[in-house]
Design a protein around this ligand. Structure first.
Ligand code: ATP
Ligand code: LTN
Length: 328
């Protein structure tokens, strides 16, 4: 059976970009494969974060996972830090990715750009090693992510080739899978930049109230001209809104374009706001309920048990392959 794995790091409040690029899609896999969805809390430590904020963000993501339609009977939902095999595999795999290739990672370059060497933690630099460990522990075949994470899955693939070449057929080759529509949602205030939870300008947060969300959409930056047309180069603002509408309606960009022929920008924005409200309204209500009930705690406990069983099998296989002496 196909294994699907993905995670979100609890570094900040989740955005509409996280919802469209990742969260919304996870449930689609749970009837056709074995799904592992986790909260990448160890990854959240790669940049300074307040402990209380980290805890709150982690709870939020757990509740958002359940609100998105993930069913804990079908999908294994867990915290990265509660399965120690992630850290143990990391300790082995860090020897099979090299400084030169890690230094070329776009995420590392972006996040470290404004820091000097005495501020950049080793974890930020070695981020892809832990991410590779997350993926490889579960023999994942498919990794659904937004566009920005493709590079990290690619370096995981390089690692698999290198490792298997040396030790035989030990690790399973994963593949990134990105959305056809909405792999990169842009900021509403600067549509040339990714909507990102750690750079919250022009973001729609999933925890914003509906009124605020509508206001943000109505004041989104648009472009010269008056035609609602998909043209990311010349009309990045309108193209971004069209992408949001199409992704949330599960239609193609050209179908979305057809719906808005002859619309003024203002009316088009109102239709986008209505669509966002139609989808996020019930989703947010479910999230509130789940958070208040505390049911996510039991889900995370059960998830950790199931995840651990599978992860430990892979860990043993890797330990044996590299020559760590088995004593059982
Ligand atoms: P940070 O700002 O802390 O780097 P982020 O908002 O980029 O965070 P991640 O935790 O890195 O969020 O991403 C969770 C998932 O959401 C990943 O699969 C990522 O590719 C996806 N994602 C993040 N931002 C967007 C976006 N703007 N459009 C589409 N997908 C996105
Ligand atoms: N790096 C990812 C979060 C993440 C992840 C993973 C995604 C950590 N480990 C394994 C997929 C598979 C991010 O920033 N979104």
């Amino acid at each position: 059976m196909t294994r699907i794995l993905s995670g979100i790091k609890p570094t900040g409040q989740l955005t509409l970009g996280n919802y469209i690029g990742a969260l919304k899609r996870f449930k689609d896999f749970q009837d056709s494969g074995e799904v592992f969805i986790f909260i990448a809390d160890l990854h959240a430590l790669t940049l300074p974060i307040d402990p209380e904020v980290l805890k709150e963000n982690s709870r939020d993501i757990a509740a958002f996972y359940l609100a998105s339609g993930l069913d804990p009977k079908k999908a294994t939902i867990f915290l990265q830090s509660s399965v120690s095999a992630h850290a143990e595999l990391n300790a082995i795999l860090q020897n099979y990715l090299y400084m030169g290739e890690l230094r070329r990672m776009t995420q590392f370059k972006d996040k470290s750009a404004k820091m000097n060497d005495n501020q950049i933690g080793l974890g930020l630099f070695a981020y892809p090693v832990l991410m590779a460990s997350d993926i490889l522990l579960y023999d994942a075949n498919i990794v659904p992510v937004g566009e920005d994470q493709i590079q990290h899955v690619e370096i995981t693939r390089d690692l698999v080739n290198r490792f298997n070449h040396r030790y035989g057929d030990i690790l399973v080759m994963p593949k990134a899978q990105v959305n056809k529509v909405g792999a990169r949602i842009m900021s509403l205030s600067d549509p040339t930049k990714k909507m990102s939870k750690s750079d919250p300008k022009g973001d729609i947060f999933l925890k914003d109230d509906m009124k605020t969300i509508r206001k943000k959409i109505m004041s989104a930056v648009t472009d010269l001209g008056c035609e609602v047309k998909y043209d990311p180069e010349n009309k990045p603002g309108i193209s971004n809104l069209l992408t949001i509408y199409a992704a949330l309606s599960d239609i193609s960009i050209s179908e979305a374009e057809e719906r808005f022929v002859g619309f003024r920008y203002g009316d088009f924005k109102k239709a986008v706001a209505d669509k966002v409200e139609e989808i996020l309204g019930p989703f947010k209500a479910r999230y509130e309920e789940i958070l208040a009930s505390g049911e996510y705690l039991e889900v995370l406990k059960e998830g950790a048990k199931k995840a651990e069983e599978i992860a430990n099998v892979t860990l043993k296989r890797v330990q044996k392959a590299v020559g760590l002496l088995p004593i059982e």
